[in-house]
Design a protein around this ligand. Structure first.
Ligand code: 5GP
Length: 125
């Protein structure tokens, strides 16, 4: 079954400029901005500009250029934040939720980048 994309989701509205955001990073196919409800000292959301609902959808349907740009962007944001070990930081965690079991709230593919302090156990239960 092909993925459907609802362009009324909150990140689609941010991408269209209907809702304000403060991007900390932008490239050809990707933006990153702070989560409205940060769970750690650093909590950014990295999202593709294209209309993809979740990770599966992104890797199935996005072009090679979009995928390369996205994964490079995640690394660039970690470097920019100073959380990469290779850039003097103490590490970070990436999370992506996909579908109901994960409790994905916003149906536009995104990666949470958390860091700046210990992230704790991997899952809550
Ligand atoms: P999910 O559960 O889908 O993986 O995570 C969605 C994230 O989007 C949540 O961490 C939530 O705090 C964040 N979020 C929801 N609405 C907004 C918004 O309007 N602006 C920003 N910057 N983040 C949002």
């Amino acid at each position: 079954m092909p993925y459907a994309y609802d362009d009324q989701n909150i990140f689609a509205k941010i991408l269209r400029g209907d809702i304000p955001s403060t991007p900390v990073y932008e490239s050809a196919h990707t933006i990153a901005f702070p989560d409205i409800s940060p769970q750690k000292k650093h909590h950014l959301l990295v999202i593709p500009k294209g209309p993809y609902r979740c990770y599966d959808h992104f890797v199935q349907a996005a072009s090679d250029a979009e995928q390369l740009d996205f994964f490079r962007a995640v690394g660039a944001v970690a470097k920019q934040l100073g959380v990469s070990e290779v850039h003097g930081g103490n590490g970070y965690r990436l999370i992506t939720n996909s579908g109901p079991d994960s409790l994905q709230e916003v149906p536009h593919f995104h990666v949470h980048l958390l860091g700046g302090e210990p992230c704790g156990p991997l899952t809550a239960g």
